[in-house]
Design a protein around this ligand. Structure first.
Ligand code: HEC
Length: 426
């Protein structure tokens, strides 16, 4: 690296930016558009807007440092473990990584607009044609945060549909990104949303986090940076006709720096299977992971847990599952995770999802390009590793304390939210 810096310093004298140096139009802009812009666009979760030449050139040193160190783009699941949709938009190749430093060192050459490649399109926003149904907060809502700045608020949504809806894609339009931290939509088949939280019939009420151990069924979730989702492989989520549906919003209002405008009216937009399409396989979503553990203070600690596929027992007949999407989840002390399948017939283990670098800032729901089959009797293994020492920059306690399973920011979690289909259907 130092070598190329010196070479460039010499080249600068003679006019740096030789024909081999990366240029904005040919090399940098396409990578920024594909791999950075969904967060660094002025309103996303990343600071700044890097989509113009001027802004990118002004930030070229920071970009080269953050990209070279592997901090940016935020680490995602390892695409060599399992092939997932848009992995090329979430990860950089070594050659792409090197471009940022070379571009900075060459003096951020602009290049020629004619050299720009055809744009890579990631997950473009839904077109009007794709939006078949919209859920919206029933009213403008202004968060009422606790002392730490958090407000978990649940809204029972109006579901006027007279037929089951088979959801083949969704897009979340947060009403106010300055305060919206996550949105999770649940079906409430027993229609007891209010009873669970001691609510007396209001259509929205304060609700704890997490709600995963309640009887609500997880449908879709969104966190900042979450792209529009279109399901491949002919699968769908089902919302039954008239079924009670609850949207849990997590608002965060920085107590030290509350934004002037905090009013929110978030929308969830759905693409629904139309009659001309094949009938999809319906997915059920649930978290796979241990519900109880203690991470000892001052330790780097790995928890290993297993689950044998015994859906057969619940169903009364032999059931094979297929995993379609996975969303790993830990809190701030998380370092790495891994999930794999040990085959009942002794064939080689199958990697499902893993990362050596957990990033709390980037928690997409990964869509497997090829769904993974779980045979009856197969064992699902999962592993989470946390760094509960003083040297973890996300450590909240001084000195470090034992940390337990729980939803608060001082607690930890370890689960893989997975969407399954079954054969035969349960
Ligand atoms: C999923 C969202 C996301 C993506 C994609 C992403 N970033 Fe970031 N970026 C962030 C967040 C959040 C921060 C601030 C927190 C941090 O530093 O981790 C950040 C910080 C940065 C910073 C430091 C800026 C500052 O002022 O401190 C740079 C530089 C940066 N990102 C460059 C990039 C580049 C280059 C890419 C693409 C190759 C990229 N990022 C992709 C979310 C993202």
């Amino acid at each position: 690296m130092r070598m190329s810096l010196n070479l460039c310093a010499l080249a600068l004298l003679a006019g740096c930016g030789s024909k081999d140096s990366p240029t904005w139009y040919r090399d940098i802009q396409p990578v920024i558009d594909a791999n950075c812009a969904r967060c660094h666009n002025g309103t996303g979760i990343g600071p700044g807007d890097f989509r113009t030449y001027e802004a990118a050139a002004a930030n070229s040193l920071a970009m080269s440092i953050f990209v070279e160190s592997g901090q940016m783009p935020p680490p995602t699941a390892d695409p060599t473990c399992a092939d997932y949709k848009d992995s090329e938009l979430m990860n950089l190749t070594d050659a792409q990584r090197a471009l940022f430093t070379e571009w900075y060192e060459a003096g951020t050459p602009l290049g020629k607009v004619d050299d720009a490649p055809d744009k890579i399109v990631g997950s473009p926003p839904f077109t009007a044609d794709e939006i078949d149904f919209v859920f919206e907060l029933p009213r403008d809502y202004t968060p009422s945060p606790d002392a730490a700045g958090n407000d978990y608020h649940c809204f029972v949504l109006d579901n006027p549909s007279e037929q089951d809806m088979l959801i083949t894609g969704y897009e979340v339009a947060p009403g106010n990104l300055a305060v919206v931290h996550h949105a999770i939509l649940f079906a409430d088949p027993l229609q007891r949303a209010d009873a669970l939280f001691g609510n007396t019939g209001a259509s929205d009420f304060s609700c704890d986090d997490p709600v995963m151990d309640l009887e609500w069924q997880y449908l879709v979730g969104w966190a900042p940076g979450g792209p529009p989702t279109r399901f491949d492989n002919n699968v769908a989520l089902r919302i039954e006709a008239g079924q009670s549906v609850v949207l849990q919003m997590h608002y965060y209002v920085d107590p030290a720096n509350p934004p002037a405008d905090q009013v929110d009216r978030t929308q969830l937009r759905f693409r629904v299977r139309d009659e001309t399409e094949d009938f999809p396989r319906v997915m059920s979503v649930f978290p796979i992971g241990p519900l109880d553990f203690t991470i000892p203070a001052n330790e780097v600690y790995t928890l290993h847990d297993t689950l044998v596929n015994d859906f057969e027992e619940q169903a009364g007949f032999e059931v094979r599952g297929q995993v379609h999407t996975i969303n790993p989840h830990m809190h701030g002390l998380g370092v790495s995770y891994k999930a794999w399948i040990e085959r009942v017939d002794g064939s080689p283990d199958v990697c499902v999802m893993q990362s050596e670098r957990w990033s709390f800032n980037n928690q997409p729901s990964y869509q497997l390009r090829e769904p993974i089959t779980v045979e009856p009797g197969d064992t699902l293994h999962m592993e989470c590793t946390w760094d509960n020492t003083a040297s973890n920059p996300n450590q909240l306690f001084d000195p470090p304390q034992d940390v337990h399973w729980g939803g608060g920011s001082g607690d930890e979690m370890c689960f893989f939210l997975s969407a399954f289909t079954y054969e035969p259907a349960l």
